[in-house]
Design a protein around this ligand. Structure first.
Ligand code: 16G
Ligand code: ZN
Length: 500
């Protein structure tokens, strides 16, 4: 295709989706995310990029999801989904960032440059699936994505309002029809009922949702529960799940991603034993946010290998692929289970040829696999997996909780001049800059029983995050406050000093 035909890339940009801001934007942990009003030109350009990516992948389908997940309503975001239903390959994040930030005048030339750089055959067909969340700014942004796809003569298919994991699933199915049917119904979830949609005037994620429940350690505002009723909280785009219940003193008990991971891993381990698939290795992947008690339980009681990686689903997903069966969860409720081809083949064979008891266990495992959304953590699919295990074991939520006792923990954030002044190593568990901060953290941690703390720059907000755990809630709170203070002092804090 001669460059002259890319004129339309500029024309659509100028007339329909002009860049009206000079604020630099970066493809971060989960795509671009900021105030919705700053995003229209970015999403248009991601439409362009999705077409180029589809052609580089021989015309296979690419996904574009418009959402800001757990963020509040005025935000929005966009992320690309690769043909296997995975997140965009990391090396393309820089290309996405470049394309998002050039001026309208330079857009056409930069598009030509990118096409050359990635060696895309622009004569091929291109297919892009587009989905969005329920934010009121999403339809306008989805339209911008469609226009980007049109500008490079790709075919856009709109799915309207879907969860993030459903779009990942549909992309995967479209490219690999053995995985399922690329429709919402294809993932046979069956009926479920929404208990409540709190939040002032029904605003997405406001005082409710998985992130609110996990970080504030409080139930959503304005919801009533019977004691020991099992309640699930999801986030705005349906890829996070946490559970909680209130006891008879109205105290909340949270079952986070770690609790879910351990429940699922212990059940799969139990079935693997029952079907005697001894050559299949199961492993669990966590991040530094995993509660120390969960890691101890996994290692010492479940006797399952566990690895720790950097925050962000893509890192966990990648690490989980190195096991025959990899269970990965962030404490905040993102996660799923991955099964290698070897695992699937072995289990299918046992279901056919094994002894009766083995066959039964293998069949249960096959059903479990079928219910898993392996492309990315899926709150609804995860919810059914949890319910399956509880039902199979006849366990209630309290019994599930009692497998191990979480160490009390606290998360805080500190605003600093430049959060990238903080560097980390060892899966974010140690901080290598600024100088002196890690030794200060070590000193503080040493004064607490079961103390642990780490700091890291957020990938989604302009803050430094602080995590601390200790033997009591009071101590966890104190440690978190002291470490925040150290960050403030040594990493250029701005605004009010955190109160210790
Ligand atoms: C994004 C990530 C999530 C991570 C969070 C950390 C995906 C799909 N989402 O929401 O996994 O836990 O960022 O946010 O990767 P932070 O860097 O602001 O702490
Ligand atoms: Zn989300």
């Amino acid at each position: 295709m001669p460059p002259s035909s890319l004129r339309v890339v500029y024309a659509f940009a100028r007339e329909m989706h002009p860049k009206t801001t000079d604020v630099f934007i970066e493809y971060g942990t989960a795509g671009f995310r900021t105030k919705a009003s700053l995003l229209e030109h970015v999403v248009y350009r991601m439409g362009l990029l999705a077409v180029i990516r589809s052609r580089v992948k021989n015309g296979r389908t690419i996904g574009i999801m418009i959402t800001a997940s757990h963020n509040l309503e005025p935000d929005n975001g966009v992320k690309l989904i690769d043909p296997e239903g995975e997140m965009l390959e990391q090396s393309w994040e820089e290309i996405a960032t470049r394309l998002a930030n050039v001026s309208d005048n330079d857009l056409e030339a930069t598009t030509v440059e990118v096409i050359k750089q990635v060696n895309a055959d622009m004569g091929l067909k291109a297919s892009v699936f587009i989905g969005m969340d329920t934010r009121y700014t999403s339809p306008r942004l989805a339209a911008a994505a469609v226009h980007g796809v049109m500008a490079l003569k790709g075919t856009a298919k709109e799915f309207g309002i879907v969860t993030t994991p459903i779009l990942h699933y549909c992309v995967r199915c479209r490219n690999d029809n053995t995985y399922g049917t690329p429709t919402e119904e294809g993932k046979k979830y069956g009926p479920y009922s929404l208990v409540s949609t709190p939040g002032e005037r029904g605003q997405l994620n406001l005082n409710c949702g998985a992130d609110f429940v996990k970080v504030s350690q409080k139930p959503p505002v304005g919801v009533e529960h019977a004691p020991f009723q099992r309640v699930a909280s999801l986030d705005g785009d349906g890829d996070r799940l946490v559970y909680y219940y209130l006891d008879d003193n109205n105290k909340m008990h949270l079952l986070d991603g770690d609790k879910i991971a351990t429940l699922l891993a212990s059940y799969v381990t139990q079935l693997l034993k029952a079907c005697e698939a001894t050559d299949l290795k199961l492993g669990l992947v966590q991040t530094a946010y995993a509660n120390g008690a969960s890691t101890k339980y996994i290692t010492e009681d479940l006797k399952v290998p566990v690895s720790c990686v950097k925050t962000g689903v893509k890192h966990l997903h990648h690490a989980a692929q190195s096991y025959d069966i990899g269970v990965y969860f962030e404490a905040n409720g993102h996660g799923t289970v991955l099964y290698s081809d070897k695992a699937k083949t072995t289990i299918r064979r046992i279901a056919q040829e094994g002894e009766p008891e083995q066959r039964k266990a293998a069949q249960l495992l096959l059903n479990f696999i079928d219910m898993t959304n392996e492309t990315v953590g899926d709150a609804i699919s995860d919810l059914f997996l949890v319910e399956t295990v509880l039902c199979a074991r006849g366990q209630n939520v309290k019994e599930w909780m009692e497998a191990y006792t979480d160490l009390p923990c606290r998360q805080l954030k500190v605003t600093v001049q430049d959060r990238n002044a903080i560097s980390t190593a060892d899966a974010e568990r140690r901080c290598t800059a600024p100088e002196g901060l890690q030794s200060r953290i070590d000193e503080l941690v040493a004064t607490y029983k079961s103390g642990r703390s780490f700091v890291r720059p957020s990938g989604t907000e302009d803050v430094v995050r602080v995590y601390a755990e200790a033997d009591t809630q009071e101590n966890a709170d104190k440690l978190a406050a002291q470490v925040s203070q150290a960050v403030f002092d040594l990493a250029g804090g701005v605004g009010d000093r955190p109160v210790a």
